[in-house]
Ligand binder design. Structure first.
Ligand code: SAH
Length: 466
């Protein structure tokens, strides 16, 4: 077959929102998925992928801006890949998310749907994340316009010590973030102070290509309880520099309740195989959802939007419709938060999760909340959830399942059909795979209630409870 040429299209009108942040235009029977465009825009595009019936494209020129567009509130918008939807009002974002849920469930799930309950939006679309990670590096990403304005002049020295995020699609350069709106203060103050302190003291910043440099990353948890945890990840085990940095930092920010540091001399950024060391405080923070407390260590998983996690879990609990007599399974339970949330209304809760540390956290969290009717098991759901397991722990009255983006393994879906619990509550962060799984489950189940929840304003991500 002849290879279709990569081509540009001119003056096309973007007509609808599709999915995953992409909008669409139609031309000569072909559907074109376009990044960073909004329905109503008239644009020129370059087709980076060109198939018979569809293409993927990016915008090369905007002729007419959609009436839906607003001015993004962040000065780093467009360069930082963080909040791709700031050009839409929050209301419009919610309209698209709501539509998307219906479309995916119908198109992929091919099932009868009740009316979808209105998406639970946020009260505050800024500072909604409890967890942020910033990267330090020695190369600043310089946007096109700025480079052009320099006209070949030498790049100034302050373009070395940088703290922020990787520029979209560029692995070795960072966007130097002055203000990020995703987490409340002191998030920006801490990042900027560390950057300035390191520059003033000639501490080196990580060079991702050469694999050298002292400052690598920081991870910050700021909880609704007011507790703040900072984990500084260092590329070199230099005690003198480390102590100077940590002492001054602790003095500067007495509101940080616990400071840790982690030495990472590996090529990759993951800290999961490393041991964070406590410098001050107890090494964890406590977050509160309703009256439940959760202990979060640097390596623990916890939903990043606490306010919306509370809503997500309370919707999940409502959908489970418990009376106190039910045996509830919490599959893909992570650190047990859903199971803990529903436990006062259940006879017994059984959680299953593949990451052993998360299961240890789940047990600790249950103990912390004096919950005695919940137990958690480590292992792959498709291995653990066999007939013997259900026999041992009791026939489920309700199964809550909250798989990762890839959805449930087909083997688990088949097992769930066999077990045939009276009710399943499916919590998902990817409606496409949720729709696929529910399509399979429709052999024995019908959909009773659907409610999307917005955990991540200004992004296209959707959480959905069915
Ligand atoms: N319900 C939790 C976590 C949901 S995220 C919460 O709300 O916090 C999905 C979880 O599924 C992750 O913790 C991941 O480690 C776990 N997981 C992924 N694949 C799994 C598998 N095959 N078996 C068991 N758990 C799995």
């Amino acid at each position: 077959m002849a290879k279709r040429k990569k081509i540009s299209l001119y003056n096309i009108e973007v007509t609808d929102y599709a999915a995953e942040g992409k909008s669409i235009a139609r031309q000569d029977g072909k559907v074109i998925f376009i990044e960073n465009a909004v329905p109503g825009d008239v644009v020129d595009v370059f087709l980076k992928k060109n198939k018979k019936d569809w293409a993927e494209a990016y915008v090369t020129r905007i002729h007419q801006y959609s009436a839906l567009r607003i001015a993004p509130f962040c000065k780093h918008f467009g360069i930082c890949g963080g909040c791709q939807w700031q050009m839409l009002t929050y209301r419009q974002q919610l309209i698209y998310k709501q539509q998307q849920v219906g479309q995916q469930l119908k198109r992929i799930g091919k099932i009868e749907l009740p009316e979808i309950l209105p998406i639970a939006g946020v009260d505050n679309d800024r500072h909604y994340r409890n967890k942020m990670e910033y990267t330090f590096g020695n190369k600043r990403f310089i946007p096109r316009e700025e480079l052009d304005a320099m006209e070949g002049k030498e790049i100034p020295a302050d373009h070395t010590g940088v703290a922020g995020f990787h520029a979209k699609g560029v692995f070795d350069k960072l966007v130097d973030i002055e203000e990020c709106h995703l987490q409340s203060e002191p998030t920006n103050a801490i990042r900027l102070w560390i950057k300035e302190f390191a520059r003033a003291n000639d501490f080196s910043f990580y060079d991702i290509k050469a694999h050298t440099g002292f400052l690598r990353n920081i991870q910050l948890r700021i909880c609704t309880t007011g507790e703040v945890m900072l984990n500084i990840i260092l590329g070199e085990d230099d005690e003198e520099k480390r102590i100077a940095l940590l002492e001054n930092l602790a003095k500067q920010f007495p509101q940080i309740t616990t400071i840790l540091y982690t030495i990472n001399t590996k090529w990759n950024d993951s800290i999961y195989d490393l041991q964070p060391q406590i410098y001050s405080g107890n090494g964890y923070v406590t977050e509160k959802l309703e009256d439940f407390e959760f202990r979060i260590s640097p390596k623990s998983f916890f939903q990043t939007n606490s306010k919306q996690a509370e809503r997500l879990y309370s919707i999940t609990r409502d959908f489970a419709n418990l009376t106190g007599n039910e045996i509830v399974y919490d599959l893909y339970c992570g650190t047990g938060s859903i199971g803990i949330f529903v436990s006062p209304l259940a006879k017994k809760v059984i959680g299953v999760e593949v990451i052993e540390d998360a299961v240890a956290d789940a047990k600790e969290n249950a103990a912390l909340n004096k919950i005695q009717n919940a137990d958690f098991f480590a292992g792959d759901v498709i291995k653990i959830c066999d007939d013997a397991f259900f026999r041992e722990h009791g026939k489920p009255d309700v199964i809550i399942t909250d798989p990762p983006r890839i959805g449930m393994h087909e083997k688990l879906v088949i097992k769930l059909l066999e077990i045939a619990a009276p009710a399943i509550v499916y919590v998902s962060c990817n409606v496409a795979t949720q729709a696929r799984d529910i399509g399979l489950l429709s052999e024995k189940y019908s959909v009773e209630k659907i409610q999307p929840v917005d955990m991540f304003p200004h992004t296209h991500h959707i959480e959905c409870v069915v």
